[in-house]
Ligand binder design. Sequence first.
Ligand code: DC
Length: 224
Amino acid sequence: MTVVAIDGPAGSGKSTLARGLARALGFVFLDTGAMYRALALAAQRAGIDPDDAERLAQLAQQVDIRFEADGEAQRVLLDGEDVSEAIRTPEISDLASRIAVHAGVRRAMVALQRALASAAHGVVAEGRDTTTVVFPDAAVKLYLDASPQERARRRQHQLQQQGIDAPYEQVLQAILERDARDAARADSPLRIADDALVIQNDGWSKEQTFEYALQLCRERLGML
Ligand code: DC
């Protein structure tokens, strides 16, 4: 199994890039953030407190989280239900980051991520710890980053497209809080792996980021 792993903060463009690379390379796309989001939604529905590490770890072992191909897109299934849209709200973004601090939750998610990947010949995984913890032997490791202001602008635009109107200042604040929580947690904090290539993409279009990263992947994977 060949792995391309991409980490970075919220709004850095990881999902768009990972999806594009997976298509171009013929690999499976593994959106690990969607898994934490699906678990957060399950916890919310079950009325579990985001600080209740024990019940969350139990839930993480019980829920059935899967991906299903839908043409070019990918659907997220939680216990068989399509939750692809329900997990993309600001509330679930915040909750996912809060439940992701618990070691028991992370253990269960990492095991599931490795199991999903092992079934594929090639995987493009993205998240916060895919280069450092989930796939430390990944063939290509990228760290995608942009300034908080640029990431907030992108996130606001994305929310607008979903019909969610959020003021810029509020989106920026949520991004800064999530950055701080994802980077400060004791278990698997967001950090740049020693052997990761950093792509700082302020002012770059999605296409520029994609072309640059695809070239890097082809070189590293000997696919030129
Ligand atoms: O990438 P995203 O915005 O969909 O991720 C949602 C949250 O899930 C993020 O704020 C932190 C958590 N997460 C994580 O802790 N580890 C990952 N590999 C992916 C996401």
